[in-house]
Design a protein around this ligand. Structure first.
Ligand SMILES: *Cc1c(COP(=O)(O)O)cnc(C)c1O
Length: 501
């Protein structure tokens, strides 16, 4: 099934006309071609589409307007922290001294960038209560792999090689069990209690000399802070295992709870979530990993070091033989890390606690408004952290309308849908995270839209079932798109194309 709709336009290749465009380089030197060595010249034209400048600009601007974005409207995607990304971060990341630096430039010429990254590490240590940090991993999932590989190296270094299991609560993000598997370990799933916390008895039964680690998301993806965390971590360490914290929900605890103080050995930080880098389009992220003294020797190389004379440098190859090695080229996603630095410096120490307090307030306000309306089921009552779950379970029983239908109908109201069908443990789940950057008027408008859709489900379910009505495309076959992705444009047989193959 192909995407189609009145606002979709032909691809730029289909709009191309032979001979159109051209003349984009003003006054090229007459010997331009002679200056390029023969063996480096193309044998035939590159096959670029030919359009004039106005057509190119309009093509891409129109394409950009098909997407929902945080610059366009509310984006309450739970567990993803789609907060506003301040434009000053973009300015900082584009400063030519940073943006144009060659990744292989020697340390003496990159002191400014190294210092900035080193300072970012110090701030992250302050935020997490940990001992050392690596900025290398390219995203949260990559940080998880880095952390679990360090845990494996720790056990191996102690000759403790029979530890093959990782305990993971059943509400965890799918990347947690995937990480354990990629590191060659087995996942043991832990059930939760009625209040959303880890079921302690099941946890104690699962824990043993075969346990390498536990991976906990705190607060969990149910939006609930694990209040028995001290007790859990004590038992983990008594059993000789280590504790990994999935830090994707850091936005709920900044300046209020430091995982290092609570006894976690290692955690990742999704800078693109908590520290305001644009994300969601598949672009680069960053997943710094912070560790305590147990895991410091195993950090990826090269680390950024500060010599006694104040100069910064990268560790030399082989300088720290205990390292698990390199996890990524160069020092990390520098542009993303720069944005995180700008954000952290903007908010300062107490400003971060305010971020968290406002995020928690916004989530509880929205949760209260939905609970009060009676339109949705709210499976975990009481105070939530930065996100909460609403369920369309009763609506489905009454009208047949499901969470997916409601998510599609929300698009007609101008909102992005929340995260749906996650966590997997709640029937017809919607995981809603408003973040601290939304106004009370926006929160009210979103609550009104959800309540209106719930009422519409009784009155006019077919309108919801066939939503969205105003988006560039209607319902797509998501299963087919995932199983059989068609990502490459090809000309229809016989059509002219600027692309030779
Ligand atoms: C987003 C997320 C991850 C994965 O992080 P990426 O940066 O997307 O790789 C892991 N765990 C939780 C709870 C998350 O929300």
């Amino acid at each position: 099934m192909s995407a189609s709709g009145p606002r979709l336009q032909p691809t730029i290749f289909e709009r191309s006309k032979p001979g159109r465009g051209g003349g984009l380089v003003p006054h090229p030197p007459s010997d331009a071609l002679d200056r390029i060595p023969t063996e480096q010249r193309r044998e035939r034209p590159a096959g670029l589409p030919e359009l004039n400048e106005a057509e190119v600009v309009r093509h891409y601007v129109n394409l950009s307007q098909l997407n929902h974005a945080i610059d366009v409207g509310f984006y309450p995607l739970g567990s993803c922290t789609m907060k506003w990304n301040p434009k000053v971060n973009e300015w900082a990341a584009r400063l030519p001294g940073f943006a144009n630096l060659h990744p292989l430039a020697p340390d003496v010429t990159t002191q400014g960038t190294l210092q900035l990254l080193w300072e970012l590490e110090q701030i992250l240590l302050e935020v997490t209560g940990m001992r050392a940090v690596t900025l290398q991993p390219a995203a949260g999932a990559h940080g998880e792999l880095t952390g679990i590989l360090m845990i494996r190296a720790y056990h191996e270094a102690r000759g403790d090689t029979a530890r093959t299991e990782v305990l993971v609560p059943d509400s965890a993000h799918g990347t947690n069990p995937a990480t354990a598997t990629m590191a060659g370990l087995h996942t043991v799933s832990l059930p939760h209690e009625d209040d959303g916390g880890v079921a302690v008895e099941a946890f104690r039964r699962a824990l043993g000399p075969q346990t390498a680690a536990i991976m906990i998301t705190n607060p969990s993806t149910l939006g609930i802070f694990e209040s028995r965390i001290g007790e859990l971590l004590e038992a983990v360490h008594e059993a000789g295992a280590l504790a990994y914290m999935d830090g994707a929900n850091l936005n709920a605890i900044l300046g209020r709870f430091r995982p290092g103080d609570a006894g976690f050995d290692v955690m990742h930080i999704n800078t693109h979530k908590t520290f305001s880098t644009p994300h969601g389009g598949g672009g680069p992220g960053a997943g710094p990993v912070a560790v305590n003294e147990r895991l410091e020797p195993y950090l990826p190389a090269p680390r950024i070091l500060r010599d006694p004379d104040g100069a910064f440098r990268l560790e030399r190859p082989g300088e720290r033989p205990t390292s698990i090695g390199r996890m990524r080229a160069f020092v990390g996603s520098t542009g993303v890390l720069l944005r995180a630095y700008a954000y952290l410096r903007t908010h300062g120490g107490s400003g971060l606690a305010e971020v968290t307090d406002d995020a928690v307030l916004a989530a509880n306000y929205l949760k209260h408004r939905l609970a009060e309306s009676g339109a949705f089921d709210i499976p975990f009552e009481g105070v939530c952290k930065h996100e909460f779950i609403a369920s369309a379970s009763s609506i489905k029983k009454r009208t047949g309308i499901r969470t997916l239908d409601i998510a599609k109908r929300l698009l007609d109201h101008g909102f992005h849908a929340p995260t749906v069908y996650f966590p997997l443990t709640v029937d017809e789940a919607m995981l809603i995270e408003p973040t601290e950057t939304e106004s009370v008027e926006t929160l009210d408008a979103f609550a009104d839209a959800l309540v209106a859709i719930a009422e519409e489900a009784d009155r006019d379910p077919d309108v919801i079932r066939s939503a969205p009505h105003t988006a560039p495309v209607r319902r797509l076959d998501e299963a087919a798109a995932a199983r059989n992705p068609n990502l490459r444009w090809r000309p229809a047989a016989g059509d002219w194309t600027p692309c030779p193959d």
